[in-house]
Design a protein around this ligand. Structure first.
Ligand SMILES: [Zn+2]
Length: 96
């Protein structure tokens, strides 16, 4: 159980703008370590192979460092890179 902090956490989320909620949700996603990533696979959105995402060779220099890597969505278990494949669709839908 998460304990008493959970209700405070919910209040904090409800006070956020949609953009802030997306940012918070993305920041809470885990970054998988190399041994947890299916290295023979690629991101289903941008089609970059996971090994190259982990190594950072396709990462633009201006990308925020904390969004580099591969993450796994809890619940559905889908694995994505943490770049615009996670933040892009969520951010653009929240902006409209
Ligand atoms: Zn991707």
């Amino acid at each position: 159980m998460a304990g008493a902090a959970h209700d405070d956490d919910l209040d904090a989320i409800l006070a956020l703008t949609p953009d802030q909620r997306v940012e918070r949700a993305v920041q809470k996603l885990p970054t998988l370590s190399a041994q947890d990533v299916p290295l023979q696979d690629s991101c289903p959105i941008c089609l970059l192979p996971f090994p190259s995402i982990i190594s950072g060779e396709n990462v633009e220099p201006e990308s925020p460092g904390e969004l580099v890597g591969v993450t796994k969505l809890q619940g559905c278990g889908h694995v994505f890179c943490r770049l615009e494949c996670v933040t892009g669709p969520l951010s653009s839908s929240a902006a409209h």
